[in-house]
Ligand binder design. Structure first.
Ligand code: SF4
Length: 222
């Protein structure tokens, strides 16, 4: 069993813990993982975006869903030299270790903007996104890693399906409270003793559904 103190927490692992502690234990402590062979639309789109921002122009078939969404993305944010796709931003202190895996970071003089691509078929819920661990970890780690004022850090979520985005700005006060909240959360996970299962609708999207509920597992879960 892995030592919880050594886990590098991500938005995904914390969200998993909040959804079901047993699922968190199986994936992040017992290390039960499947290979990432299954490529859904979202991961294929992220790959297209990554290639575009490193300078590879992919030829796509006109009229297809990926063509339309990819064109929207290119119109929304043209490639520039100061952009770095699939960028990992790590933070570690004596109490917590965090990783933010960002889709794209744009580094300008004294200003940082991070972009996250969402291909979901539902529209943004700004208040939910603002409170998400993804937003908190991304903004926290950027403020810690780069020598810029938190006031000059922004996070933009873009959905090419609706050609729509939301922008979240940061500041020093948010950073202070963010750090406290993240530390409290990580410490509570590290001190967790019982990783009980939590049965619910979310089980339909869990790779352990056949074990807990003897139900069919969708390949999209793997
Ligand atoms: S199937 Fe449900 S209860 Fe079992 S690990 Fe997954 S989320 Fe938890």
């Amino acid at each position: 069993m892995s030592d919880l103190q050594n886990i590098q927490f991500s938005q995904s692992s914390i969200d998993t813990y909040d959804t079901c502690r047993l699922k968190f234990k199986k994936i992040y402590i017992d290390n039960i993982k499947w290979s990432n062979d299954n490529q859904n639309f979202g991961s294929e789109f992220h790959l297209l975006a990554q290639r575009y921002y490193i300078g590879i122009n992919e030829e796509l078939e006109q009229g297809r869903e990926d063509y339309i969404l990819f064109n929207n993305l290119k119109k929304f944010l043209k490639r520039e030299e100061n952009m770095y796709p699939e960028y990992n931003i790590r933070y570690k202190d004596t109490q917590m270790s965090l990783i933010a895996k960002v889709d794209l970071i744009r580094i300008e003089k004294e200003k940082i903007t991070v972009y996250d691509w969402k291909t979901s078929k539902s529209k943004f819920d700004k208040s939910k996104i603002e409170k998400s661990y993804q937003t908190k970890i991304y903004l926290h780690n950027i403020a810690e890693k780069f020598d810029v004022s938190p006031n000059n850090i922004s996070l933009i979520y873009y959905n090419p399906r609706f050609d729509n985005y939301i922008k979240i700005d940061y500041n020093a006060t948010d950073h202070k409270y963010n750090k406290i909240e993240l530390k409290d959360k990580i410490v509570s996970i590290i001190n967790e003793k019982k990783f009980n299962q939590k049965i619910g609708k979310h089980c339909s999207f869990c790779q352990f559904n056949s074990i807990c509920n003897q139900e069919f597992i969708s390949v999209d879960c793997l």
